[in-house]
Design a protein around this ligand. Structure first.
Ligand code: SAM
Length: 270
């Protein structure tokens, strides 16, 4: 990837708080469900807004290296001091940290990313900025590539994220909303409302999201009433109920649910 000309990054400065292993669940989910994106000659993944420390960007790269030792990672930050702080971790041709914003296509200079992740970034923006930010980022994505946008708790014990795919006509399609837990804390559906992707977080009273969370709580109560005492079992059974009784298009594969993920293959909002 050639060095880019100096182009003003699009976005605004925000808090840079992050934590070691905070995004582990997101990385593992992509490895479990979309490892094909990591194959190829030397695919490029971009982490937009890696924060005050480059930990989660480097961890993502290291986790996915097992799928492809030639995987390249570009970390982008809008804050020049955070870019400077990450430089000691860069490795020629594989691991790079640069100044950049949502207009990452300007930094990539014609190259396209296979996966773009922007995590705990949009939550600090106004809701009105979301669509533009997503479409700006998608300009740096290859056709068929995926864009992950989401939020987590400070430790990353629970996560919620959207997965978008770039279609052949260049449009961005919402593929999945994913909830994840590592079961280290007692988890209730309502806890996820606080970490929903930015497009949803102010819409909890809207018909679609409200009905979904009510159905999820009902399903969880049902799972508990059937004698499931372990959180993992309750999580899995509740997902099955959501699917079978309420008709939500949940990915009910056991290997996904038992790892603490629940992916809904449709948007909860039009
Ligand atoms: C809360 S940190 C998130 C760090 C890490 N992704 C995580 O989830 O732990 C948000 C970071 O996004 C950066 N940021 C905000 N807007 C950005 C933009 N448009 N382009 C690149 N970075 C941005 C901020 O400078 C900040 O360091």
């Amino acid at each position: 990837m050639p060095p880019s000309k100096r182009i003003r990054p699009i976005g605004q400065p925000t808090r840079g708080k992050t934590a070691l292993n905070r995004l582990r669940q997101v990385d593992v989910y992509i490895a479990l469900t979309r490892s094909a994106y990591l194959t190829g000659i030397s695919p490029l993944v971009v982490d937009v807004g890696y924060g005050a420390q480059a930990w989660t960007a480097i961890e993502m790269w290291e986790r996915w290296l097992s799928f492809n030792p030639n995987l390249r990672l570009l970390g982008l930050e809008i804050d020049p001091e955070r870019v400077a702080a990450a430089q000691p971790y860069s490795q020629p041709n594989v691991l790079d940290f640069r100044l950049g914003g949502f207009n990452l296509a300007d930094v990539l200079g014609g190259e396209k990313a296979t996966i773009i992740r922007a995590y705990n970034v949009l939550r600090q923006y106004d809701e009105e900025a979301v669509t533009d930010a997503l479409y700006k980022m998608a300009q740096g994505l290859t056709i068929g590539g995926i864009l992950i946008e989401g939020t987590s708790t400070p430790s990353g014990n629970i996560v919620a994220f959207d997965v978008y795919e770039k279609m052949t006509n260049g449009a961005l399609t919402h593929r999945e909303l994913v909830f994840g837990t590592n079961f280290r804390q007692l988890v209730t559906p309502l806890q996820f409302q606080a970490i929903l992707p930015k497009r949803l977080i102010h819409h909890m009273q809207d018909e679609g999201p409200a009905a979904f969370f009510e159905a999820w709580q009902h399903s969880l109560r049902l799972a508990k009433s059937m004698g499931q005492t372990g959180q993992r079992q309750q999580w899995q059974l509740a997902a099955h109920f959501l699917h079978q009784r309420f008709g939500y298009p949940i990915d009910v594969r056991r290997r996904i649910l038992r790892r603490g993920y629940m992916g809904i293959q449709a948007s909860l909002l039009p």
